[in-house]
Design a protein around this ligand. Sequence first.
Ligand code: ADP
Ligand code: ZN
Length: 603
Amino acid sequence: MNKIIKKLILCLLIIFSFVFFFQNLIYKTYNNNYVEYSKFITDLTKNKIKEVKIIDKKIDVIKKNNDKYNTYIPINDSKLLDTLLIKNVKIIGNKNNNNNFFLTIFISWVPMILLIGIWIFFIKQIQNGGKNVISFIKSKAKLFKPNQIKVTFKDVAGCEEVKEELREIIDFFKNPDDFIKIGVKIPKGVLMIGPPGTGKTLLAKAVAGESQVSFFSVSGSDFVEMFVGVGASRVRNMFIQAKKFSPCIIFIDELDAVGRQRGSWGGGNNDEREQTLNQILVEMDGFEENPNVIIIAATNRPDILDKALLRPGRFDRKVYIGLPDIKGREKILKVHIKNIITSKNINLSLIARSTSGFSGADLSNLINEAALLTVREKKKKVTMLELEKARDKIIMGVEKKSLLISIKQKELIAFHESGHAIIGCLLPEQDPIHKVSIIPRGNALGITFFLPKTDILSENFKKLESKISTLYGGRIAEEIIYGKHKISTGSYNDIKNATLIARNMITKWGFSKKLGPLLYDNENNNIFNVENDKGKLKFISDATLYIIDQEIKIIIENNYIKAKNLLIKNIDILYSMKEALLKYETLNYEQIKKIMNRKNIYF
Ligand code: ADP
Ligand code: ZN
């Protein structure tokens, strides 16, 4: 409470000084040509004045040479009028001083009204809220009562292990006596760790839904404000509310926004964050006697959290949620497509296969995009076509059909993509091909899409080599058809990726005979230690660096030559695939297979 009054006084002081400053400023600009009264009288006696405008005690003067100034009448000068008349000066009364009138009102009244308004506002807030509820300080937590929560574990697909861990909390809420009788300690705080969009919020809500308890949802960043003390007040307030609505679950998203290690904040406003964090710790400790409130927090940066948060009695239970695997992705797709009208022959497992790295949120977005596309195309049902289009849009950006590409350029792109596709198909270790397209998207002029059969957890030497060959397939096709001197710059990304693979093979994965299975990589995982990255730790000698470069080059060259020989042997396929691409723009798996088997695809 003391703090609030202090803040109020500070606020008023600031407003006051602002008003005075402002008033002065206006006053000065308005009276910038002030001249002493005696000077005016001198001018008057010397016949230099043409016109005066008298407004109360102020006189706006225009001289005969059209100079202007103003002055003030110090005492009631009764002779002034006579003198003016004798000197033939044009006299104007104060009829035209509207400007001044409004200005006066503005200067004298608006700040007053403003001040009174603010005062009344604060007083009202204090009266309304009882002790310390000024809406500014009110917690921003959103409350969902049990009957408002429609989410249960059924809506969360995959992540069975996590559900299993959380089930304990549900059991506790349902039969607390059983737990208390035996003396089991129920976790106060559960920390969910995982990348964004993996369903942490959804899971927390589902726990509340399953347990039929209230759910408070708030984000760590909601606590962080400019003014010291506000965050802490919000935390206090939220816990007071939570106690009122217990049994309940408090969910704090982005815990790292407030829970970062104390002393590690770059930039200002540390006091505020530290106070907020301290308040969270205090509240959690004070919760010992109230077992009916459980806090679930989410973060994707557990490494930067203040250690105090992870101590027993606080967030001592950790649950990891990763990106979904193939099966998980298919399940999530199924959950989200439930309420959407689809054609019978959609193959969600294919979409799951081709969306490695997607989070639950991405997948939900994919389904939504597909539905939107269907509506836009005035179709009645979502088909595989829309699902694939939505996926490609998310992975590779929007198709740029309107991009103007000359016939010649198009032909080059068709050769380039065919080169990738053919090499990829001819090397058995490469993932199966999915499609080839010369429709530009995002930054790419064309794409060749390979599809792993399962999630890739690790690669082997042969497969990595095939990848490199396939990546160079595009450039090699250009080289064979147009000659060395006409190769385009379109292979930048291919070269970049291939070089990266080769470098990793040598420096990280131990695939070089000469260098052996050693780590030759100055990796620095500590993202806060940027300086270290520049002045890299030097534990690799220059001689070794030289060998590394040689070895990378050898890998690249070998696989380049291998791919080139393959493509030259199958040059007829290169031509026929180019033709097909120019005709259809996109080729699917079946079409590519036919071309590879030298069958006619034009029907
Ligand atoms: P996080 O809190 O981890 O960032 P959210 O819980 O906010 O992720 O997930 C965002 C959305 O993604 C959810 O509302 C849901 O539609 C979808 N989603 C994420 N994971 C899953 C899942 N396992 N099952 C079903 N939907 C999911
Ligand atoms: Zn390419």
